[in-house]
Design a protein around this ligand. Structure first.
Ligand code: ATP
Ligand code: MG
Length: 245
């Protein structure tokens, strides 16, 4: 069996029965504001603290904003700056406006822009020797490549590149609705090794955030819908497995 890569978020590791099989490509999908960016940031922060070089590719906001938001959401992560300084935690990015603007609407130009972003991601991984990676988010690729078949093919290419590099990656994707009942799985999700979804549950005042592991390739996982919250000390996943229920 493959080594397991801990996310460092203990409740999530319990849902994953130990962690993500090393080298797997995980899609973290969810509604707007569900905490996808913060959860993936915490994964890298925890792994950087464990000594693994970690790279965050910001494709939705600037790297500066990602850092600012993470620091403000997680005031108890005191050593973010020192990990960044030590190049254990690397926040890189590409301005989505530039990517989208450089591409005219024809397919060749979109593929070219996509290829350029992927090549940049690859070269940063190689030059930093990173083993833990986040790509936040896939939306820019979706906007760039309109044709669903071409998009799916591009995702396969991206994943096979990441696999070849041996990195364990979280890739975030936006789902149109924050609610579970309205979430629709897009076919391209199934090209990923693991699928985690984050969404809102309940009605009116009883709304809460919950996550589910839909599949993990090569290992067992929890089937329990699990509540979580975003706290100053990180994402708290109230896993039944962890609480021994
Ligand atoms: N400084 C903060 N303090 C407390 N909670 C915060 C803070 N910043 C963000 N949050 C919480 O985190 C949520 C946003 O987290 P995050 O940016 O990770 O979501 P996301 O799923 O990536 O959203 P998007 O779809 O916009 O990319 C907010 O809805 C809020 O509940
Ligand atoms: Mg986000």
């Amino acid at each position: 069996m493959a080594n397991l890569v801990k996310t460092g978020i203990s409740g999530l590791d319990a849902m994953l029965y130990g962690g993500i099989p090393e080298g797997n490509q995980v899609i973290v999908a969810g509604g707007p504001g569900a905490g996808k960016t913060l959860l993936s940031f915490e994964y890298l922060y925890r792994n950087a603290k464990m000594g693994f070089t970690s790279v965050f590719f910001a494709l939705e906001e600037t790297p500066e904003r990602v850092l600012e938001n993470a620091k403000s959401a997680f005031p108890e992560f005191k050593d973010i700056d020192s990990l960044v300084k030590a190049k254990k935690l690397i926040i890189d990015g590409e301005d989505p406006a530039t990517v989208l603007h450089s591409s005219t609407s024809d397919d060749n130009s979109s593929q070219y822009e996509f290829g350029k972003v992927v090549a940049d991601i690859e070269s940063t991984i190689v030059s930093t020797k990173a083993t833990r990676v986040v790509i936040d988010s896939l939306s820019v690729f979706e906007m760039l490549i309109n044709d669903p078949t071409a998009y799916r093919r591009s995702m396969l290419a991206l994943i096979s590149n990441l696999r070849r590099l041996g990195v364990t990656t979280l890739l975030t994707a936006e789902m149109s609705s924050p609610e579970r009942s309205r979430l629709r799985f897009k076919t391209e999700y199934f090209v990923f090794d693991d699928i985690v979804i984050m969404y809102e549950k309940g009605e009116e005042e009883k709304r809460m955030l919950a996550m589910e592991v839909i599949k993990t390739r090569g290992t067992k996982h929890s089937f329990v819908t699990t509540p979580y919250d975003i706290s100053a000390s990180g994402i708290n996943v109230l896993s039944a497995e962890e609480m021994g229920l």
